[in-house]
Design a protein around this ligand. Structure first.
Ligand SMILES: O=C[C@H](O)[C@H](O)[C@H](O)COP(=O)(O)O
Length: 263
């Protein structure tokens, strides 16, 4: 379902963005504004009393801010948030969103989170912010997972953006694991690189693990086969492909919002 900006006043009003009158030049929105529009639209799915998976990243941050705002205004009540990272946990606490975890709430009504890539079948790449493991645990426990992206995240196939497919690995002999991963996809011209932080040290996930980023030159074919092969390598904790998990993807682009639902 595609909705043009001019017809989509409610999301835009929520953002207090001024729309051009009909026939005037199109409004040029920044990437962050598009992320915010997708996030606000997703929060329209939130109802009082829900247990919510709270995503991580620059897009999900807008959704968490909006949930906090609606709680503060009394327009939402009795929300319980399950954060997907320490950063989101801190943000939610600062906004006064009550929090819990999967141990206490093993079933989540709705999760809202961003993605790094979305393919035409609504498969995702996630984890370029390093939060893929907790995201996969939380979003795997959801009745509904609404993914929110700006249109730059749409790809023909996973890996198609030329950016990384992140794999969380244990630090022990990470180079051994990285070589195994690179060999697995050598026919796709794969290069595996350990992710470093801004100080040049190995990037540490919230779980104390490392991230090996896989750069793929070609489509890796059957994603379920690829997923199973990655997870069979000892040393791999989880990968950033989220296959068949998103129930809805909200895409914000220059021409409007597109809502894609899982078939
Ligand atoms: O680890 C990070 C998460 O998977 C993010 O949801 C993903 O990287 C998208 O982040 P952003 O909304 O900042 O592009």
């Amino acid at each position: 379902m595609a909705v043009a900006w001019s017809e989509k006043a409610s999301s835009m009003e929520a953002l207090s963005l001024s729309l051009s009158p009909p026939m005037s030049p199109p409004v040029i929105l920044t990437q962050d504004e598009l992320k915010k529009i997708a996030a606000y639209k997703a929060v329209e799915f939130v109802e009082s009393g829900m247990v919510l998976g709270l995503g991580t990243g620059s897009t999900a941050k807008h959704a968490v801010d909006r949930i906090g705002e609606l709680l503060c205004q009394g327009k939402l009540n009795n929300i319980i948030g399950i954060p997907t990272s320490k950063k989101t946990q801190e943000q939610a606490i600062s906004l006064g969103i009550p929090l819990s975890d999967l141990d206490s709430h093993p079933t989540i009504d709705l999760a809202i989170d961003g993605a790094d890539e979305v393919d035409p079948h609504l498969n995702l790449v996630k984890g370029r912010g390093g939060s893929l493991l907790r995201e996969k645990m939380v979003e795997g426990a959801c009745k509904k997972f609404v993914c929110i992206v700006d249109e730059s995240k749409l790809v023909k196939y996973l890996g198609g953006s030329g950016l990384a497919l992140p794999i969380e690995v244990v630090p022990f002999c990470w180079n051994f694991t990285a070589n195994k991963l690179q060999n697995l996809f050598r026919d796709s011209g794969c290069v595996a690189k350990l992710r470093n932080d801004c100080k040049g040290e190995p990037f540490l996930t919230d779980n104390g693990n490392y991230i090996v980023d896989l750069y793929l030159k070609e489509d890796i074919g059957d994603l379920q086969v690829a997923s199973d092969s990655i997870l069979r390598i000892a040393g791999v904790v989880e990968h950033g492909m989220f296959l068949d998990m998103a129930t809805t993807v909200i895409v914000a682009g220059e021409l409007g919002i597109t809502i894609k639902n899982k078939q």
